[in-house]
Design a protein around this ligand. Sequence first.
Ligand code: S3P
Length: 443
Amino acid sequence: MIKTVKKPESRLMGVITIPADKSISHRAVMFSSIAQGECIVRNFSSGADCHSTLDLFKALGVNIRFIDEKTLKIKGAGGKFSPIKQSEASFASSIYSYSCGNSGTTMRLVSGILAGQKFDSVLTGDESLSKRPMKRIIEPLSLMGADISSVDGHAPLTIRGRNLHGIIYRSKLASAQVKSCILLAGLNAEGKTTFEEPYLSRNHTENLFKYMDADMEITGNSVTVRPSVLKAKDIDVVGDISSAAFFITAGLIVEGVDFVIRNVGLNITRSGIIDVVKRMGGNMEIINPHSVSGEDIGDIRVQYTDSLKGCIIKGEDIPRLIDELPVIAVLASQAKGDTIVKDAGDLRNKESDRITCLVKELSKIGVNIEEKDDGFIVHGQGAKALARKPVDIPLETYHDHRLAMSFYVAGLVCQNEIAINGFEWTKISFPEFEELFSSLTLG
Ligand code: S3P
């Protein structure tokens, strides 16, 4: 689907509420499904990725039903699943196949759950997910005694259920998906399992494990779990700061903007973009901070700022804003001076190679951006319109939801209309994206 975007004719004003966090929605379904007891999950994400997780746990035999559009009732399996019969052949061989769609979080976290079950399973993904690296979970799970085969480190993954044992794993990568996979496997392994990472990645798994009474200790960047059955508890999912990032950026760079973004999750392991906006001198204020189901939350007021300046983003910043880097590149295009992003090589392993693709596509609309092995440099020109000459080819999205939404935001500061090919990928995390933008345009 091609979407055209141009500078809005009216001022962007009003109040919007950001929909549910994708990472927490996945975990709410997974953890409630393996827990003992019944619970309600409120404000579940409508994104396709979280629905892949939901469908997978239903296929594992978990009793999950919608009470209304965004509220789920889940009866936990207490760690023991009774997979739904798929075909005579799969039933006879006890191999069950589950699709993870486009969702890396589903595949990596569910692998940690399935590795210690009493049955065998196959996890498949779409074209993009089948290209993403899975060795990062296969290696530590194998050290725990798991039996997983892959196609040269990629999906489909064949997981033969085994008894697992705990390990101490020092990861070179700060990845919440790898961490969560190993901690989930650790819940069902003999002895204790420790995961240590170089920088703290998002900690929603730890927050929910604590909330659901897992036997867990945290020291610095190291987490230890002992065999535990989680206790089902009601969960309210906070709004997704990664989705809010598109509105924060638009708020700062589109002339005349003044709006409030409500219900934004402000967990410190996710709020790197707020620090970056401060470093760049952006006009932004946090209102009404409080906490919900173990997560910090608040509203954000954002106003147009014509004096943004470039900054350096590196090291421990990176896991705190990894998903926001594409839209931060758009933000940096409207700042004066260089914004240097380094230590972010894992951006090449996301839904697309987010370094090469971002540089190629943003260059089409006149962003001065340079590719580096582990990041990029945006040579910002200050608050100046992009696409000052007509752009006759669409920007490509490479099946990547966050590129599609970042390019839309860039379009709001383009002098000439631009076209985005593959805009439908926004459905992966944020199906309400365009409707919410339109509500502001009319405000
Ligand atoms: C996620 C962790 C991050 C992030 C992804 C969601 C999660 O991936 O990019 O969108 O929910 O744990 P990595 O752990 O691979 O960095």
